[in-house]
Write a protein that binds this ligand. Sequence first.
Ligand SMILES: [Zn+2]
Length: 388
Amino acid sequence: MSAFAFKGILKEKTPCGRKPMGYSPFDSAVSPPLTLREMHSLVASEFYVEASMFEFDVPIFIVHLRDSSKEAFEHLVHKMKPYGLMPFLRRRAGRTVIQVFPKPQRKPGRGGRLPLILFLVTFGTIFASGYFNSVSWAELFGEDVFIHSLYFTAALLGIVGLHELGHKTLSMRRGLEATVPYFIPGPPFPIGFGTFGAVIMQKEPPINRDQLFELGISGPLTGFAVTLVVAYLSLQTAHLVDEAFLKQLEAQGAFLLEMPPSLAWLLLSSLVNPEAPLGYVALVPPIGLAAWLGFVITFLNLLPIWQLDGGHIANAMFGEKGHRVASMAGMLIAFATGFWFFGLLILFLMAQGRGIGPLDEVSPLSPKKKVLGVLAYVILALSAVILW
Ligand SMILES: [Zn+2]
């Protein structure tokens, strides 16, 4: 997932919200880096400015939109960046306004070695999960447990890591500052799976709905592609086992894991292993669990909730109000599919803050992205897993 982490004004109500009297977005000790007139000329280089004024110390410009306002606003963002200023394009009482706020300060000295430590710990917990998940398989087929543990580790780290790399690469290409991925270790198998995924923090808000959409979809799209590869490999290396032998194994207490499949898994399985001979069952190797988790991660991240990847997509596609409705629908899906723990966790996180939308909330999402958005919902459906 990719969450927004800003300090200062952006954590409060949207910049359109009313500010208390005496509120100043600019540090009282430091005056704005540009005068209102200087800001006016910057805004006027991209928009027709009807009026400019201060409102509770916030410079505000009433502007007229042109056909290419999306691009014009993007230019303005880049022009204001060197001054540490951040414009917001909003509709207010039938008017189009640009408000200018100081760019949120970066938290100094954060990060450091923490991402590396988290990665190493997560590597360890995933490897341990891979090991405990591979013991039965290795004994059964006389294969190397460490090799299977490594495969599992590479597969799961690859799915989670490349999902995050998708977000990171997109952020870099769009010039939006983001942290490196923070892996979240979890209890090893069979209590957990060694990780709760990873997260990168966006340090700058996306400029418009297009960027918000891209930020949201880049991770799940990459993660889903890697998951398909892992699923394909695990299905390809499946072992056919006699059903009677399987029953005998189970009676002897062999640990065989049966997970509820996603639609993507069923489809892929019918392609790779069209039909097992009568009386035989295809057993997938331990990386099958990594593929299953990959689908679960993609599914949960694509739910249109809050600041999850799917939440960014929904916000970009349906606007703020639509996003709120989609969030509720997403929560219902999470609970209905049996991910109640995840649902409760997200409810708790939602109470901490609702995040923000793009700087330009006026320009619509481009039609091409809307088409891609439909693909996101197809992937959501393909990856969905029902736990009961
Ligand atoms: Zn993501």
